[in-house]
Design a protein around this ligand. Structure first.
Ligand code: 7TS
Length: 424
């Protein structure tokens, strides 16, 4: 698989040097200045949600203090300004993921809602009994359950691509599973547990060859890798603002325009209509057709500050820096006696899942928390992946741009103290 894959990782031979340091960036995050349990906060739960830089928090406050009004409906000054700010974020998202048109950018509540939108709108319109939906064994529940629900209703069949022992997609099995009945492939760009970067460009190519549409769940990719939806040629790309230094409650659904045009609305209500009579209602143009009701205006507006923040750091630079830190962490973790790392994918980013032999991950998480070290433990909303790994739960450390080697060193020291505590 790996020789086929051309993931959006920069060449390791020539990584761009960031013009910033994680220590400087840390200063930009007010919450990272506070003490947790009397200790310097080591925040390594970024795959769940990242912390927010001052610029995002200020943008949110400024919106409510200076701009607040409903969008797309008022002719008064504040409504026009709020609409302008809201639509500016849409254009920023369009640029950020390289889409052809801002009409292809739909705001949702998050990745989960974006996937549900596709399941219920695209799924109900285009999938019928006997058609197949293909996912992989490493998906987040958000990219499993909506398809199961759809299959139950429509009689479509859910097929699952297995993984290799390294935690990569089994390419041969994938190629075997794709056939003319495959109507949709829905796959994570990056695993939230193993960190595996899937070869999405190749997946799209294989999917399109049989006429399938391809949805890429970019929740764990958009914060870490440069993403260009036109280069990927995917039909849908979904992600959440809160995992990319932006506010909670905002997500994006990118869809190819002709596809979105052919899809029925997901919800009915204000803003998504052109005209309403009791006899007949016509729908608004894209993207508004999919944005019923008052949207999360303030958080969408503040999301632009997060995108500007990422642009300023540079996605290539972020990717290069985090890659270096990830490998530093992997090496350090490998030296902890009794520690098992799950998955050894060739291309990876973001998250590292592990267990310490003899310690339940929840106990480990609790001990680390006493020292101000935040990791996540549990099934990470990926229970089928846990089954595949043969464990009920794992610990997981996940990285962001403000993490430094000091954070990793503190994690490792915490793991050694946990071993002593359990007399291992
Ligand atoms: N897809 C992936 C790959 C994810 O990692 C997540 C959230 C979602 C979808 C859902 O995103 P949401 O913003 O709609 O909730 N992942 C995690 C996690 O790993 N820990 O907490 C949430």
């Amino acid at each position: 698989m790996s020789q086929l894959s051309a993931p959006t990782l920069r060449s390791l031979n020539n990584p761009p040097t960031p013009a910033w340091s994680p220590e400087d960036l840390r200063e930009e995050f007010p919450i990272l200045q506070r003490l947790v349990r009397g200790r310097r906060l080591v925040y390594l739960d970024n795959a769940a949600t990242t912390q927010k830089p001052r610029v995002v928090i200020e943008s949110l406050v400024r919106y409510y203090q200076e701009l607040n009004a409903n969008v797309h409906r008022g002719i008064h000054y504040l409504s026009e300004r709020a609409t302008e700010a809201f639509e500016q974020t849409r254009r920023a998202v369009q640029r950020f993921i390289g889409s052809r048109s801002a009409r292809e950018i739909i705001f949702t509540r998050g990745t989960t809602e974006s996937i549900n939108l596709v399941a219920w709108s695209f799924g109900r319109q285009f999938l019928k009994s006997g058609d197949e939906i293909l996912i992989t064994h490493l998906e987040h529940h958000s990219n499993i359950v909506p398809w199961q629900m759809l299959c139950q209703e429509r009689g479509t069949i859910l097929r699952v691509v297995p993984l290799t022992p390294d935690g990569e997609l089994d390419w041969m099995a994938f190629e075997r599973l794709v056939n003319e009945k495959t109507k949709l492939i829905s796959v994570a760009h990056v695993s939230n547990v193993l960190g595996t970067v899937n070869p999405v460009r190749e997946i799209v190519r294989v999917g399109h060859a049989v006429g399938a549409k391809v949805l890429v769940d970019g929740a764990q990719a958009a914060p870490h890798l440069p993403v260009n939806v036109q280069e990927l040629d995917c039909d849908f790309y979904v992600f959440s603002a809160h995992k990319m230094y932006g506010p909670t409650g905002v997500g994006v659904l990118y869809g190819k325009e002709e596809l979105l045009e052919a899809m029925p609305p997901y919800q009915g209500g204000g803003d998504m209509i052109a005209s309403v009579t009791f006899e007949r209602t016509t729908y608004n143009v894209l993207p508004y057709k999919f944005e019923a009701g008052t949207p999360n205006i303030a958080d969408v507006v503040a999301f632009k500050a997060a995108l500007d923040f990422l642009d300023q750091l540079g996605m290539e630079q972020i990717s290069a820096y985090e890659d270096q830190l990830l490998h530093y962490a992997l090496q350090a973790l490998d030296e902890v006696p009794g520690l098992v790392i799950y998955g050894r994918p060739q291309y990876r980013c973001g998250a590292i899942a592990f267990n310490l032999d003899g310690i339940h991950p929840h106990d480990l998480g609790t001990i680390l928390d006493q020292e101000g070290i935040a990791i996540r433990t549990g099934h990470h909303c990926a229970q089928p992946l846990m089954d595949w790994l043969g464990v009920a739960a794992t610990a997981r450390a996940s990285l962001a741009v403000y993490n430094s080697r000091q954070d990793i060193d503190e994690l490792i020291a915490g793991l050694h103290r946990a071993r002593m505590f359990f007399r291992l």
